[in-house]
Write a protein that binds this ligand. Sequence first.
Ligand code: ATP
Ligand code: MG
Ligand code: MG
Ligand code: MG
Length: 472
Amino acid sequence: MKTAEIRRRFLEHFERAGHTVVPSAPLLFDDPNLLFVNAGMVPFKPYFLQQETPPFDRATSVQKCVRTLDIEEVGKTTRHGTFFQMNGNFSFGDYFKAGAIEHAWGLITGDVSAGGLGIAADDIWVTVLDGDDEARGLWREIAGLPDERIQARGLLDNYWHMGVPGPGGPCSEIYVDRGAAYGPDGGPVVDEDRFLEIWNLVFMQEEITNVSAKDVFDVVGPLPSQNIDTGMGLERVAYLLQGKENLYEIDEVYPVIERASELTGRRYGAEPGDDVRFRVVADHVRSGLMLMGDGVTPGNEARGYVLRRLLRRAVRSMRLLGFEDPALPQLLPVSKDLMRQSYPELEADFARIEQVAYAEEDAFRQTLGKGTQIFDLAAQETKAAGGSVLGGDRAFQLHDTYGFPIDLTLEMAQEQGLEVDADGFRALMAEQRARAKADAKAKKGVHADTGAYRAAFDRFGPTDWQAYTTLS
Ligand code: ATP
Ligand code: MG
Ligand code: MG
Ligand code: MG
């Protein structure tokens, strides 16, 4: 089943059940706590917080999401993309636990000929919050699930909140058993690779406060209404239903891997290290495309830096696969042709997107050309001296003179089995900032205050607000 078909079935299923179909919000959402939209509920937040009255009781959407926190997972797990699409259904004071479970169960196990997804009921496991006997009972009644396939977990995994005082509630997650070939028995509590998480149902029922950790907060009391917020990973369902091994092999992503394979002359599936790079290329090219489509441009701060990092990682992965010519002009159009079915605006805007992307690759190629020689020399010298830690001064020189972002140096060092003296690097960065500040003062710099954000950024790197990404 094609990804677009799954998306259509999802929306139609909920439309039939009285939900208003709401288009995806852009990835850039006006929320000071958030770099990018990273869950389907984000655009509905004012309704859950009851800051605004929703124009409907029930809604459904397929929301574009970017989770930069998952960047290190890409290509290594089977299930994490930096960009992905979250299918969701939402109830604002309308149906609650029973309705959410009924709708979800009906869609995933429903007959394919009747608009369902046709997943075998016997392969489905769920989790509930420890002590949520109501949800457990409903799964038993509505879905006929045996007790051993309803597993309980604590607040850390099965309570959802926004990381700040506001709405929250227990959640229940749906997993599909991919089979004994993928890991040990025992359900998601034992193995989350064999048992693939596809859907999170959040029972938003109370107001919480004094949040100091994911699992440490106080409950103020029940919300005036009980709400439902769910998120299903479209790509995850696609890879299951397409019989693929991971989400980089689905119809909307895989042709980019194929193109990369043609260009590099290396075969996907031949060598595990290469395979991770192929997946990183396909994932990052797509995320870059979607971010640029929503107006992000590469830069050194916050959102622009995330985009820069994604594009540069894609380009560098192609280099590591042996392809040294400009890569994005070969790959970006492939991704655009796959994504334009669901996002036709990409086509109309593609001339602009291409310009942005290819200029970034050109700039990076210049940086890489010079910096790589310096890096290699430094790595050689470090090893020759019997060391395993690249000096902070070398990392600083690469940053300062050759424009190497620190995470590139870290990544390249790791590939050589080296560490980097991060403390030394930071100390030199701090010295440089102090000098710049003194300079600015001497010049009675009118722009002195712009350095504050820059300083925080240098120290901590790009931030990602975590609360939304920890729905599970
Ligand atoms: P995981 O535990 O696998 O990292 P999660 O618990 O962080 O997932 P949720 O926050 O519950 O995910 O998000 C709801 C749904 O969105 C998940 O059940 C999953 O299907 C999907 N999803 C989450 N993160 C990703 C990702 N990086 N790539 C693709 N799909 C994702
Ligand atoms: Mg996660
Ligand atoms: Mg989850
Ligand atoms: Mg999870």
